[in-house]
Design a binder for this molecule. Sequence first.
Ligand SMILES: NC(=O)c1ccc[n+]([C@@H]2O[C@H](COP(=O)([O-])OP(=O)(O)OC[C@H]3O[C@@H](n4cnc5c(N)ncnc54)[C@H](OP(=O)(O)O)[C@@H]3O)[C@@H](O)[C@H]2O)c1
Length: 329
Amino acid sequence: CQLQSQVLKEISVLARIMARRNVLITGCSSGIGLALAVKMAKDEQKRFKVYATMRNLAKKEPLEEAAGHRLGKTLEIKQLDVCDEQSIKTCVNSIPDRRIDVLVSNAGMGLIGPIECQTIDEMKTVMDTNFFGLVRLLKEILPDMKRRKSGHIVIISSVMGIQGILFNDVYAASKFAVEGFCESLAIQALKFKLQLSLIEPGPVVTEFERKVFEDGMKMDLSAADEETAEMFTNIYLKNYKQIFQSLGQSAEDVAEIILAENPPFRHQTNTLYTPMTTLKYADPNGDLPIDIFYKMVFQHDKIFSASLNFIKLLRWRSRKSFDLGKPSQ
Ligand SMILES: NC(=O)c1ccc[n+]([C@@H]2O[C@H](COP(=O)([O-])OP(=O)(O)OC[C@H]3O[C@@H](n4cnc5c(N)ncnc54)[C@H](OP(=O)(O)O)[C@@H]3O)[C@@H](O)[C@H]2O)c1
């Protein structure tokens, strides 16, 4: 009888492990990827086996620390560069039966500034990472998902995938490309019972914000005319930090929303930012958001800045009990 109960216990553990979903996440050296990998690995119901990937394994320490004792159990770290087809193949081949139930395409990079001051090579790197990185992943992983007729593809896009922002021309273009690509693919995916979810965060306080700001500060603006250079330095960069401080979510907030929700096709994570994107849908001609952004930046900049400060104060006073980014019940 004791043996029987022991066998039953082992079968139930085995069944749980077999039902566990394999999750592959790209770009886990920092930010949203790291937070999501840890959150999923620490899931109380142990629903996931997380393959947390990064292009440079020398950067794995923060993830190892955050994962703690889940490392080697519900979380494994693997090398994957989304710009390198062979690295994607090697990583996928190393996963038992190549079975990936949930793919989170998160790796990405930003680029700000006047286009006159950016090289075509810099722009191509952004497109190669943010857009072709996703395409390469899917070329390797989608056929297996189609064959199994199951799988969930989660893509970390951005609010800039639906609305452009001053001095983010190429970054927004890369995320628009992601959105168009996924919108087309989603129709085919449905035929194979696959789910596609575009996650559209607003500003998130991560390495991304720091790297993009530092690159902007170092940018050689000599190729731009005086008015453009002045606009970039004294309007855009001056307000950059304030926007992140007032409206920014944490990577953990975004991770929690992704995990808690069964996301629909498009899911904006930051409700403070939603009024801006709503403008796009309010005017099919597209003039309204451009006009409002123009006025906000060039005519009513003091009111804009005061509003950001007011939001920051409200969030500080409510000590984050403010329901930032969480959809209302
Ligand atoms: N932060 C925001 O405000 C914000 C807002 C909306 C959307 N997003 C999107 O959210 C995603 C994650 O960004 P984050 O905010 O978490 O920034 P992050 O902390 O800078 O993380 C970006 C991750 O992508 C990785 N990466 C870059 N190029 C890669 C490549 N070729 N192959 C594999 N990994 C690569 C980075 O690795 P390295 O450490 O090696 O560079 C890093 O792990 C991005 O797609 C970004 O566009 C961010």
